[in-house]
Design a protein around this ligand. Structure first.
Ligand SMILES: Cc1cc2nc3c(=O)[nH]c(=O)nc-3n(C[C@H](O)[C@H](O)[C@H](O)COP(=O)(O)O)c2cc1C
Length: 343
């Protein structure tokens, strides 16, 4: 099976990456599985200056996901360049460096600072940040503001290093934002960042997170993420997409490829299972082989083919055999267990 994928000019050995903010700069994952075995490590978003983040508590559990308000806690670009990237390079990993800022100038300066950085294979532009020069409006929610950031980063990034714009699903028309970013020079898109959410504590009767609102992630957002990938791939089929949002298994990852993603990143799942990215890769490989795909690339966008047009090669796996009927004993009730719930 040919697992290699391209994200613009970046060639990766396989399509499974970490998602920004969920594995810092990779060190925490190394005891569980070597970072070099991943397609790449997408680092926590780095800012020009160190940031302490938002007040605690910063995480809240939700059904099928979690809400976080970390607030871009990070050591700042100087420390990142001195310690984190060299560590990734020493461990043979590829780094997609995520950058975040409050103004177009911040992003441009960060991109300049990353030139010649070791291990760097792509720059991911986290535009889900408030624009401090425009009443705190989130860059990713405005096609013009998003395109200005992307153009500035593209201008400061070496030609051989792709720039990926990471989009927010909290918009009416994600295709319009995607198109603006691509027109401004984005070589690819990361879809999606978290959805804005709020949890109220029934005891204090106030928002549970110290920062008030937070970003919803995990399986709850997967259908939203797959829909975003689907819509953007349909409109811009040549643009590489890095998919993210609730991926926990190889079949989850397969959905993203079929919708049009060229690669995927695993975020929230890592908190419960630090080896999730390598497990997802093994499961994805098996799922592709089972369906007759000889490469990852052959599956990208395969879900968009017209009904009735089944090319030779890839095929659906055999359906699972029907379950034997469960004998019903008088006075008892059959229990099929789905997770922890009976139904
Ligand atoms: C705790 C946490 C921190 C995150 N930090 C960042 C970040 O710094 N930059 C960023 O672009 N996305 C960040 N994200 C969003 C993830 O990269 C990802 O886009 C999102 O969580 C959806 O994927 P998932 O459901 O697999 O987690 C963060 C997510 C979580 C859960």
């Amino acid at each position: 099976m040919n697992l290699a994928v391209s994200l613009g000019s970046a060639r990766l050995p396989n399509p499974v990456l970490t998602a920004s903010g969920c594995a810092a700069a990779g060190r925490e994952l190394e005891p569980f599985s070597p970072v070099a075995s991943l397609g790449a490590v997408v680092t926590k978003s780095v800012t020009l200056r160190p940031r302490a983040g938002r007040p605690t508590p910063r995480m809240a559990e939700t059904p099928s996901g979690m809400l976080n308000s970390i607030g871009l806690q990070n050591p700042g670009v100087d420390s990142f360049l001195a310690h984190d990237l060299p560590w990734l390079a020493d461990h043979g990993a590829r780094a997609v460096v995520s950058i975040a800022g409050g103004s177009v100038a911040d992003y441009a300066e960060l991109a300049r600072r990353l030139r010649d950085a070791p291990a760097l294979v792509a720059v991911e532009v986290n535009i889900s940040c408030p624009n401090v020069e425009s009443r705190g409006e989130v860059f990713a929610c405005d096609p013009l503001a998003a395109s200005r950031v992307v153009a500035a980063v593209r201008a400061e990034t070496p030609a051989g290093v792709p720039v990926l714009a990471k989009l927010s699903p909290d918009v009416t028309d994600i295709v319009a934002v995607a198109r603006a970013c691509v027109d401004a020079g984005a070589d690819g898109l990361t879809l999606i960042n978290t959805l804005l959410g709020l949890v109220i504590d029934p005891v204090t009767m106030r928002p549970q997170l110290g920062g008030g609102t937070g970003g919803l992630s995990g399986p709850a957002i997967r259908p939203v993420a797959v829909r975003c990938v689907w819509q953007v791939h349909a409109a811009l089929p040549e643009v590489p997409i890095l998919g993210a949002g609730g991926i926990r298994t190889g079949l989850d990852a397969l959905q993203f490829l079929l919708a049009g993603a060229s690669a995927v990143s695993v975020g929230t799942a890592v908190f419960g299972d630090p080896s999730a990215p390598v497990r997802v890769l093994a499961e994805l490989q098996a799922a592709l082989a089972e369906r007759g795909f000889g490469s990852v690339a052959a599956a990208v966008g395969y879900g968009h083919r017209a009904a009735g047009h089944e090319p030779v090669g890839p095929r659906a796996p055999e359906p699972e055999p029907a379950r034997p009927p469960v004998p019903v004993v008088a006075g008892s009730k059959p229990a099929w267990r789905l997770g922890d719930e009976e139904w």
